[in-house]
Design a protein around this ligand. Structure first.
Ligand code: ADP
Ligand code: MG
Length: 708
């Protein structure tokens, strides 16, 4: 081993929080480079896991190489040559040692052009083949050796680290290696032997040793599994404790439901609640009866009847002499909620208001004052409005409607108020994996089936040559007094596409231009209007109202206006640039139609017919179940694109992956929640090490400082 052993003194001083700068071989300059890689402390370094591993046999001389064997050689790069004209293009290097010369070939090796240069000494490990009677190595793993240190022993097995131009994988390896002698103190065991055997987990110390320097593939796999488990376990424990904290260190007003109250609330609804709605209400009623604040997520497709459930909860809060706030992500949605709630509350004495940005001056001051004195029962507004300036006298319940935007999920942080019960609604079905992580500290209620009497939605992917036919079809429906939505990825052609929609380079249809074309050329005999997020809100409300009344036949919009609109007569949805939308988002858009009894049609136009676009749109045409679609989306795009873990205060996972490691996630979650209920302050001596690790990782992000 090239790297120096640590002296006893150094060893005693070393712990996970020691800055890397104090390690042998790292000075201030390297410490800076490490910081750019996200490594500041010894703990970070131990968790700076290799991105790949080499299991190479001991090096041999080039002359000893034989065909069909896997060999490792060390030599000088004599020459390099990139042959881009070959199919596939190949990168070739001639490598010599004191015994012979050998040709090395990398197919598709263009990336090596700025990497491998004559004069370098490299080690290469791979399969030996015979080509035109000469031995050559094809696509070997390789690393470039440091000229000042040509003892290659340490390069022949172990990790390949994500490196930077100033810090090579080999250097990183040499800095980490001596730490591995000291693992017993650095990474003490978390769990008791029973759990380790039951869950078939490797010891923590061995896991760290083997992830960096695996003796073989099998041991590497065991090490990965253990470290993934720990990562998921700590995350879940953080969530479990956060939940415990909310439930035990803050209190809400208990809102008790009686038969009388239940009867009075139900009288407001002109229909019988569905079984799913009833079940969700049952769960909410049980939560709200307690002084532990409710923290519940209500999931259900657009149109599945969540608003009714939320209104039930709000009425229950009011019946218990508290106020309720309903928060929506946009003004339009808040307006929608207000309108639909108005329908149910006609002739009721309930005092309810819609708080809009348009409300200013004295009127606003008066209204806020009334809310502060408890003279308003239900306040509906955007998240921003309600969080910014409203002070309630006695807030019993907050409903947060996230519609499509899960990820913005801010817990109600209304000023100065005692913790209210909290109900988060989302229309984007959240795959189980995300429900267990991003929303892992919430209880979940699901409305699976929409109310009866909905017409089917037929989804078609329209090929470019059928565009005219599609317009003709739409014209017929419009003549039959049906209404249509046209949705575009952007507002106008000049505007920068928002990053989410900017994949690919195809022309992006822009709402403004297309609106002009649709109204002048394609549907001149119909009323075609434009709606987008940058319009003044009064104008938006006016257009929505006219569409609802049927005065507008075709509503052209961007998704910026994610409307939770409920216009049963709108039975056509056209999505342009459909390949640019996420599946969950398309499903969401499609939820605007199919609200009445009539059959509805969702027509998707795509700008690309790549395989990916094809497979995504195929999912849309075949599948109507939001949960399945969300799972597909998660698989196709990864959790990162669907939502940001950071927004939820969750740490980035370094080794585990919530999709691929779902089984481990489930297991870790169960154990973490058990532990949190047995020892919520983690004060038992056997939990000392877990507690320390948890605080190191989460103290800030999960607000767990007070566990300490
Ligand atoms: P969501 O908020 O989940 O999008 P809504 O609560 O707005 O759904 O309900 C969509 C439509 O279904 C509304 O027109 C509502 O009146 C109707 N609805 C809700 N619950 C029922 C029910 N149990 N039976 C019949 N219609 C219902
Ligand atoms: Mg709704």
């Amino acid at each position: 081993m090239v790297a120096a052993k640590l002296s006893d003194k150094q060893r005693n001083q070393l712990d996970l929080s020691t800055p890397v700068q104090y390690l042998k071989g790292v000075g201030p300059a390297k410490a800076k480079t490490f910081a750019q890689l996200g490594v500041r402390t010894v703990g970070d370094l131990l968790e700076y896991f290799p991105r790949d591993w080499i299991f190479a046999p001991a090096p041999m001389k080039i002359i000893q190489m034989r065909p069909n064997q896997t060999a490792t050689i060390v030599g000088l790069v004599e020459s390099v040559d990139y042959q881009s004209y070959r199919r596939p293009p190949l990168f070739e290097a001639m490598l010599s040692d004191e015994t012979a010369m050998c040709r090395i070939v990398w197919f598709h090796g263009g990336f090596l052009r700025d990497k491998l240069k004559p004069g370098q000494v490299i080690t290469a490990s791979g399969k030996v083949a015979s080509y035109k009677h000469q031995l050559q190595m094809t696509n070997p793993k390789f690393s470039i050796l440091d000229r000042k240190d040509l003892d290659p022993a340490e390069y022949f097995s172990g990790g390949v680290y994500p490196s930077s131009s100033q810090l090579s994988s080999g250097q990183i390896k040499r800095i980490i290696a001596p730490l591995l002698d000291n693992l017993a103190e650095l990474v003490p065991e978390f769990y008791e032997q029973d759990l380790l055997s039951e869950a078939k987990l490797l010891g923590r110390k061995d896991a760290f040793a083997w992830i960096h320097l695996p003796p073989d593939q099998d041991k590497l796999a065991k090490a990965k599994r253990r470290l993934k488990y720990d990562e998921l376990f700590l995350m879940q424990l953080g969530l479990a404790l956060r939940r415990y904290k909310v439930q035990h260190f803050s209190s809400a007003t208990p809102c008790v439901c009686s038969e009388e109250i239940d009867r009075r609330i139900r009288r407001r609804f002109p229909f019988l609640l569905t079984e799913d709605q009833d079940a969700c209400i049952g769960e909410i009623v049980a939560d709200m009866a307690s002084s532990k604040p409710m923290n519940r997520l209500l999931q259900g497709d657009v149109g599945s009847g969540k608003t009714v459930v939320a209104l039930y909860a709000a009425l229950l809060a009011v019946a218990n002499k508290t106020q309720a706030a309903i928060m929506a992500p946009t003004e339009i949605l808040a307006g929608q909620h207000f309108l639909s709630i108005e329908r149910y509350l006609k002739n009721s004495r309930l005092r309810r208001v819609l708080l809009t940005r348009g409300l200013t001056g004295q009127k606003r001051i008066k209204l806020l004052d009334k809310i502060g004195r408890g003279q308003i029962d239900i306040v509906i507004g955007t998240v921003a409005l309600l969080q910014k300036d409203v002070e309630f006298l006695n807030l019993g319940l907050v409903v947060i409607d996230e519609q499509h935007k899960f990820g913005v999920h801010q817990r109600a942080e209304l000023r100065k108020q005692a913790t209210p019960h909290c109900l988060v609604m989302t229309a984007t079905p959240i795959p189980r994996t995300l429900a267990m992580t991003a929303f892992g500290d919430l209880d979940v209620s699901i409305i699976k089936h929409s109310p009866p009497g909905r017409g089917a939605v037929i989804t078609r992917w329209v090929a470019p040559q059928n565009r005219e036919k599609a317009y003709q079809f739409i014209r017929e429906r419009l003549r039959a007094k049906k209404q249509a939505y046209f949705v575009y990825p952007r507002i106008n052609a000049l505007e920068e596409a928002c990053p989410e929609h900017s994949r690919g380079n195809g022309e992006v249809k822009a709402a403004v231009e297309e609106w002009k074309k649709l109204s002048a050329e394609i549907f001149p005999e119909f009323a075609v209007e434009l709606l987008h997020g940058q319009m003044p809100s009064a104008k938006k409300h006016q257009i929505m109202a006219e569409f609802r009344k049927g005065k507008i036949d075709v509503l052209v919009s961007t998704v910026v206006v994610e409307v939770g609109v409920d216009v049963p007569n709108a039975t056509i949805m056209v999505v342009e640039g459909a390949d640019r939308f996420g599946l969950a988002q398309l499903h969401q858009l499609r939820g605007r139609i199919g609200r009445g009894q009539a059959k509805s049609y969702c027509l998707l136009f795509a700008e690309s017919d790549s395989d990916i676009a094809r497979s995504r749109l195929d999912v849309m045409t075949k599948c109507n179940d939001g949960f399945q679609i969300a799972e597909h989306d998660l698989r196709l795009r990864g959790p990162g694109e669907l939502f940001s873990t950071r927004q939820h205060g969750l740490p980035d996972l370094k080794i585990a992956n919530i999709i691929d490691d779902f089984d481990l996630l489930v297991m870790a979650r169960k154990k973490a929640f058990e532990l949190a209920s047995q020892d919520p302050m983690l004060i038992k001596p056997q939990h000392k090490n877990i507690r320390r690790a948890l605080l190191e990782k989460f103290a800030g992000s999960l607000g767990l400082a007070d566990v300490a």
